[in-house]
Ligand binder design. Structure first.
Ligand code: NAP
Length: 295
């Protein structure tokens, strides 16, 4: 078997052009230009690239982006002050704090300080709670990107066993929370899964992953998932982004798994571009929500 490649790049380009059309309509109808404020602390090279890509994507979609750079020595208090200002700024609809933050900063209190209505990453406890209850305000960007890609290729999750390796608050847990819903916003066929979440303490990982109809790797370890861990004819989603000798690779041993899986996402060009597209979607939705809430 040679797996079909699930093309995240072209799927994301399609999603972005649809969002750009919606932005143009919204602005033509008198809506405020959706604006994303990205807070970048320090000079981590990977973070700089991510933020630049998000800024470019915003601009291409007809949105505005504001990059707020802070020095590496910034304190938690200084960041909380900045967020308080951004929360109050009516022209800012979405706030993104690029992770990771420098060690001296209390990341959790910083993320908690973003006004939930401007929390386009969907990290705020209120937004996580709404997702868990099946009434999401914003869908988390990477999980939404994964489900969007599955929907684009008509790969249904209804009734399927989805195994997620990784339980982070950014990928694993929110993806599980989306997929167990009756409908997470993309229709019944792209929810209603039986979900297993694995992590570093899971025993017999390979025997669990081999039972997956859809296997999602979100670990951050190159080639963790090998062909012997994958069921014949399954779908493999590789979320990992790992730098190995100046190359970006995923968590899946792509070449060997291609011989077993029916479909697979590449790295790069898989889930990464979709994450950015879903951030744009949330920023547009945030602008619309805030227009309704204005007195
Ligand atoms: P994270 O917060 O570091 O979480 C990694 C998870 O993997 C943890 O739950 C950890 O278990 C688990 N794990 C570690 N070693 C394991 C092993 N040997 N077997 C099973 N599970 C293991 O990472 P993250 O933020 O979710 O990111 C994961 C990867 O996805 C990274 O490469 C990141 O760069 C990438 N990523 C990509 C996108 C995108 O847009 N494509 C977005 C976000 C992240 P414990 O909880 O027990 O420690």
């Amino acid at each position: 078997m040679r797996a079909e490649i699930l093309d995240g790049k072209s799927t994301a380009a399609k999603a972005r052009s649809r969002i750009a059309e919606e932005v143009a309509q919204w602005v033509a109808g008198g809506g405020a230009i959706p604006t994303l404020a990205a807070v970048l602390v320090g000079d981590d090279p990977a973070s700089q690239v991510y933020v630049r890509n998000k800024e470019k994507a915003c601009q291409k979609a007809g949105m505005q982006s504001r990059l707020i750079r802070q020095p590496d020595s910034t304190t938690t208090e200084q960041l909380l002050d900045l967020l308080a200002q951004l929360n109050l700024a009516p022209e800012v609809h979405g706030i993104l704090v690029q992770l990771p933050l420098p060690k001296q900063i209390d990341t959790q209190s910083v993320l908690d300080a973003v006004d939930p209505i401007k929390d386009v990453d969907a990290f705020a406890p209120e937004n996580v709670g709404l997702l868990v209850q099946g009434r999401p305000r914003y869908l988390p960007c990477t999980p939404h990107g994964i489900v969007h890609l599955l929907a684009e290729y008509r790969i249904e999750t209804l009734g399927k066993h989805v195994v997620i390796v990784g339980r982070s608050d950014i990928v694993g847990k929110p993806l599980a929370n989306m997929l167990v819903q009756r409908d997470a916003g993309l229709g019944k066929s792209f929810a209603n899964a039986t979900v297993t979440v694995c992590h570093s303490q899971s025993e017999n990982l390979a025997s669990i992953t081999r039972s997956a109809d859809i296997l999602v790797a979100a670990v951050g370890r190159p080639k963790l998932v090998t062909a012997d861990m994958v069921k014949l004819g399954s779908v493999v989603i590789d979320v990992g982004i790992n730098r190995v000798e100046d190359q970006i690779v995923g968590d899946v041993d792509f070449d060997s798994v291609c011989e077993v899986a029916a479909a697979i996402t590449p790295v790069p060009g898989g889930i990464g571009p979709l994450t950015i597209a879903m951030l744009l979607r949330n920023t547009l939705n945030a602008a619309k929500l805030q227009a309704i809430q204005q007195p």
